[in-house]
Ligand binder design. Structure first.
Ligand code: PFF
Length: 457
């Protein structure tokens, strides 16, 4: 019967090792590298912030990523069902529920920024931002983000575009598209970095990126850096559980996670090297905040021959990065709806993108009609961002490391991380186990409590 056929259909997954890397890296690389990382580095004093961020990536982000991939591949399930399988009749599945909710909140504001980026491809092509005058680029950005309909329409376009990739499925959608897009992204980024580094005055920007000033580091800054490390590596909310469930049983999980972490960090540093030389060369302030990318990047290209073409390529590159990340966010609820509620992929995707369009509208309108609607002094946009990066993802990461190290245990971890003993990576597993058992949970707890002002270190 049809029902039986359905049950015997093998679960979809990534068909090749290359696809495993491009999809996972595609999730990690996104607006986080090219929009958040540079503006946060700019706001928090440069190199010192980057060092704190790197520590968080290694001691917290990476171990959470390995944990999630292990949980996903073992259970072959979405973020919620995975916990139901490992801890039946226990409340641990709520970690998956909260992670899925976090994916909605992230998408709500992520699609706002992605919409700006997509629209900038056309702004660049039309020449309106081809100027080295910061006043003009600032004005164009302010006007376009504070309009009502055009940013909303761009946001909905992003949802439809990424939704249609998700509807194609895991192999034909996520894997095939990221295999095509990731190499293009690296190539475009290299072109932009070379251009920025050859600007007169580029060295000021490099000093800012690589020379630390520790006086800028506070408890709140450390929490911001840790939040960024979660957001960047797409961890703490079940995205990597979902993607791990598509990994083949031959894949070396710890090794893959390290490769993704290193490549992702490289992309962030390269993005910084494309942006900060221009910031200093054209007399911008590095602490412009979320608008940094949109007002400085045009000036990098405006003064050069064929500048318009490079500017179009740059915003195309950012759109590509945002797409790989968005599809992984969409896949979190879609995997749950299709596996647990047995919806079709089409229905699951449509319901998800329509809900995000509704919630996301409040984020987009935070720059116009809803600008005065604030909670704890934050607009909807800022609230979704703060709540996810600085609270939901760290708490999710804390519970995931606690669960895997203290409830699931070393024996299970060692079996899964070594592919049943066929990989000789026991020393790596031992280091990983020490970090997830002690270091990561303690660090997350202290940074969280200190950053939110509950304790003073
Ligand atoms: N890692 C993505 C970025 O840095 O832009 C954002 C992201 C994607 C966060 C997927 C969370 C996630 F599940």
């Amino acid at each position: 019967s049809i029902v039986q056929k359905e049950q015997h259909k093998p679960r979809e997954g990534f068909a090749t090792s290359l696809g495993v890397i491009t999809a996972t890296l595609g999730s990690a690389v996104g607006l986080g590298n090219i929009w958040k990382f540079p503006y946060m580095t700019g706001e928090n004093g440069g190199a010192a912030f980057i060092l704190v961020y790197l520590l968080c990536v290694i001691l917290v982000g990476l171990p959470v990523m390995i944990s999630e991939l292990i949980i996903g591949r073992t259970t072959q399930a979405n973020a919620i069902t995975a916990f139901k399988r490992l801890a039946p009749n226990r409340p641990w599945y709520l970690v998956g529920v909260s992670g899925t909710a976090a994916s909605f909140l992230i998408m709500a504001f992520y699609t706002t920024v992605a919409g700006w980026v997509f629209s900038y491809i056309f702004k660049a092509a039309s020449g309106v931002i081809s100027t080295t005058d910061p006043e003009v680029t600032t004005q164009v950005f302010k006007t376009s983000m504070s309009a009502v309909w055009s940013p909303l329409l761009w946001q909905w376009f992003v949802l439809l575009f990424t939704g249609s990739i998700i509807m194609l499925g895991v192999t034909k959608g996520i894997e095939r598209i990221t295999k095509t897009l990731m190499p293009i992204l690296f190539l475009l980024l290299l072109i932009c970095v070379i251009r920025a580094l050859t600007l007169p005055g580029a060295s000021e920007g490099l000093k800012f990126l690589f020379r630390p000033d520790f006086s800028k580091i506070t408890g709140a800054t450390i929490l911001t850096a840790m939040g960024l490390s979660f957001f960047k590596l797409s961890v703490g909310m079940g995205t990597m559980i979902t993607y791990g469930s598509y990994f083949g049983f031959r894949e070396n999980i710890p090794y893959t996670a390290v490769k993704v972490m290193l490549s992702d960090t490289l992309v962030s540093i390269l993005a910084g090297m494309a942006i900060f030389p221009a910031v200093f060369a054209f007399g911008f302030k590095p602490d412009a905040g979320p608008s940094l990318l949109f007002i400085t990047i045009p000036t990098v290209f405006a003064s050069m021959p064929l500048g318009n073409i490079f500017m179009v390529l740059f915003f195309l590159l950012v759109s590509i990065a945002a797409t790989g990340a968005m599809i992984s966010l969409l896949e979190v609820p879609v995997a749950y709806f299709t596996e647990e509620l047995k919806w079709s992929r089409l229905k699951a995707t449509l319901v998800t993108i329509i809900s995000i369009a509704l919630v996301g509208t409040t984020a987009t309108l935070s720059f116009s009609t809803l600008g005065d609607t604030k909670f704890f002094d934050k607009t909807f946009f800022d609230l979704y961002d703060f709540l996810t990066s600085n609270i939901l993802l760290p708490v999710g990461g804390l519970l995931i490391t606690y669960f895997i190290a203290w409830k699931w245990g070393l024996k299970n971890i060692a079996r899964e991380a070594s592919n049943n003993g066929s990989l000789s990576n026991q020393p790596v597993i031992n280091i990983y186990f020490f970090i997830v058992r002690y270091l990561a949970p303690i660090a997350i707890t202290l940074i969280l409590l200190n950053g939110l002002g509950f304790i003073k270190i």
